[in-house]
Design a protein. Structure first.
Length: 105
């Protein structure tokens, strides 16, 4: 099954945090779907990750005390975490980084 993410709510603007997982997955040829995800799907998932401004793309190994798969981050979660962290440090391709040390034009 393709990685899935709940859709962004209308009050939330598109940001690096919301766009990064789907953008980076697409660049790696990984299908990614925005749809409502039921809690029971997390219990039986092969991998789970969350993304956010502070967390980046963080693998989840347990939900409600239940191990996800074997309890270790999966390969897709690990790859997205590394790519997301790298993109937010020195991103020239996506425009997700604004250097605050230099005045904007």
């Amino acid at each position: 099954m393709a990685p899935s993410s709940p859709p962004t709510c209308p009050a939330t603007s598109s940001t690096a945090s919301t766009d990064a997982p789907s953008t980076l997955a697409a660049e790696d040829g990984i299908p990614f779907v925005e749809r409502t995800v039921d809690l029971t799907e997390l219990y039986i998932a092969d991998e789970v990750f969350v993304s956010g401004t502070s967390a980046g793309a963080a693998p989840v190994t347990e939900v409600d005390g239940r191990l996800i798969a074997d309890g270790r981050p999966g390969p897709i979660s690990q790859a997205l975490r590394k790519r997301h962290a790298a993109a937010l440090r020195t991103d020239e391709l996506h425009g997700w980084v604004t250097n605050l040390a230099e005045p904007s034009v």
